[in-house]
Design a protein. Structure first.
Length: 186
């Protein structure tokens, strides 16, 4: 094994020689990840019943997807009442999350959102990787009605007229990961 140079390229070359198969290059993209979901959805579903809850969810999904389109986001996945989207710009993602928060209130619902930005692996028509995991963790600690962002997102939108308030640290990750609540997104 060479002590210097690109060891991965050498190992890939040896692997290709031995197997006849060229290693697949993993495609990666820089994206701003948005997770958003409804607060108290189980209780609301129990109160409304299945049919009325489904009708309300349909209106919720339609409204959220309109905002994704408006702010050039791409829906990646859905789980329960939660949606996961990727954006090519963090300011657009923040503004989208704020619009979603405000719009779902007109349906009598409360949403929470979490955002992070980083390199993601492209897996078919989905994305994954550590940045996605961090985005999900940010959303998990957001309070009802909050748009919560990682320090990475906050730093990327410097000069964009988006205001923040410090919210504490994201735990369970190596290093310091500060969180910020969006207080204004002009």
């Amino acid at each position: 094994m060479p002590a210097v140079g690109n060891g991965d390229a050498i190992i890939d070359g040896i692997g290709e020689f031995l197997t006849g198969v060229r290693p697949v290059e993993v495609d990666r993209v820089l994206a701003t990840i948005l997770f958003t979901d409804i607060v108290g959805s189980t209780e609301r579903a129990l109160t409304l019943g299945d049919r009325r809850w489904r009708e309300l969810l349909d209106r919720y999904y339609a409204g959220v997807r309109r905002e994704f389109i408006r702010f050039r986001g791409r829906e990646i996945d859905r789980a329960g009442d939660g949606l996961f989207a990727a954006f090519d710009g963090p300011a657009r993602a923040i503004r989208c999350a704020c619009r979603i928060r405000d719009e779902v209130r007109s349906l009598g619902l409360e949403a929470r959102s979490g955002l992070h930005a980083g390199e993601c692996e492209v897996v078919g028509d989905k994305i994954g990787g550590i940045a996605v995991h961090i985005g999900a963790r940010v959303a998990a600690v957001a309070e009802p009605g909050e748009v919560l962002v990682s320090s990475t997102v906050k730093d990327l939108v410097a000069g964009s007229a988006i205001a923040f308030q410090e919210r504490g640290q994201l735990k369970g990750l190596p290093g310091e990961w500060s969180l910020f609540v969006v207080t204004g997104a002009a």
